[in-house]
Write a protein that binds this ligand. Structure first.
Ligand code: FES
Length: 130
């Protein structure tokens, strides 16, 4: 059993800022969610870097229709590839579909000096931590 008091909540480097292109392909990365391997993704939308767990609020399945491709044809909404739940990229809020009113699990990102990093939480941890 993991010692929660030893869990690092320190900033985790993710990528260079220019790796996240406005409404481009997202960066998918490995984490643990509640102690189990899972994936998260980061993208840039309206100039801001955002990150969420790659986990639909309807059924806990990955959202992308191709690796790293989360946005619809118009690059406006995140759309789940399974049943079409539609999420606002800026805040992860589901605005249409079977889980309307719910939201994606957000990761806390910071962008500074050309570097994007994220902060672990008790629920979401780096994959490599043991
Ligand atoms: S699993 Fe995403 S909408 Fe059903």
């Amino acid at each position: 059993m993991r010692d929660v008091n030893a869990t690092p909540f320190v900033q985790q480097p993710l990528c260079a800022s220019d790796a996240l292109v406005e409404r481009g392909t997202a960066l998918v990365f490995d984490v643990t969610l509640w102690g189990q391997p899972a994936r998260a993704f980061a993208m840039r939308f309206d100039g801001r870097a955002v990150a969420y767990m790659n986990r639909c609020a309807h059924v806990p399945t990955e959202l992308d229709w191709q690796p790293g491709e989360f946005l619809d044809h118009d690059k406006r909404w995140i759309v789940c590839s399974l049943h079409g739940a539609t999420y606002e990229p800026s805040d992860g809020h589901c605005i249409a579909g079977p889980c309307r009113g719910e939201r994606l699990m957000a990761l806390d990102l910071v962008e500074r000096d050309g570097q994007v990093s994220w902060y672990p939480t008790p629920d979401i941890q780096p994959l490599s931590f043991d």
